[in-house]
Design a protein. Structure first.
Length: 153
């Protein structure tokens, strides 16, 4: 069961990175045109952040919510919604920090810390809200699969 949880969190994170790369750069008419060539280091960094955030959150939930994962469907559903919500918040935290530190103009350390600390509350709230919306949808099949694996073992 632990391997399925870890693999599913990594796949959800990588799917989010792929969807963000499909969204384009915000110009009209560039949405859903996949162009990874000029930004492949940027997308690779996003993918690495998604994998790290997914593995951290899944490790925490496997350690502290193991009893609920073996419980009823609604207990698993609640844990999955919370896990995806916290995964979205932690991914936004990683992405905000990586975007400021690696891709901003040359700033001093104090200016970078100030910029990161000013961006973090909004980005974590937005990532958590998007993770909660995504978690409500994705928790149904993930809870059912975990229930099948829990009763089969």
């Amino acid at each position: 069961m632990a391997a399925v949880v870890r693999i599913s969190t990594v796949l959800v994170g990588l799917t989010n990175v792929f969807l963000v790369s499909l969204a384009g750069d915000g110009e009209l008419g560039t949405a859903f045109i996949l162009n990874l060539d000029p930004w492949w280091p940027h997308n690779a960094l996003y993918a690495l952040c998604a994998v790290v955030a997914g593995l951290v959150v899944s490790g925490v939930f496997l350690r502290f919510a193991r009893r609920e994962l073996h419980g009823t469907f609604f207990a698993r559903y609640g844990v999955m919604v919370l896990a995806v919500c916290l995964g979205g918040a932690s991914l936004s935290l990683f992405l905000a920090y990586a975007g400021v530190v690696l891709y901003s103009s040359p700033l001093t350390t104090a200016e970078r810390l100030l910029e990161v600390s000013s961006r973090l509350p909004l980005t974590v709230a937005a990532g958590g809200a998007l993770g909660a919306v995504e978690g409500v949808v994705l928790a149904f099949p993930m809870s059912a699969v975990l229930g099948r694996l829990g009763t089969a073992g």
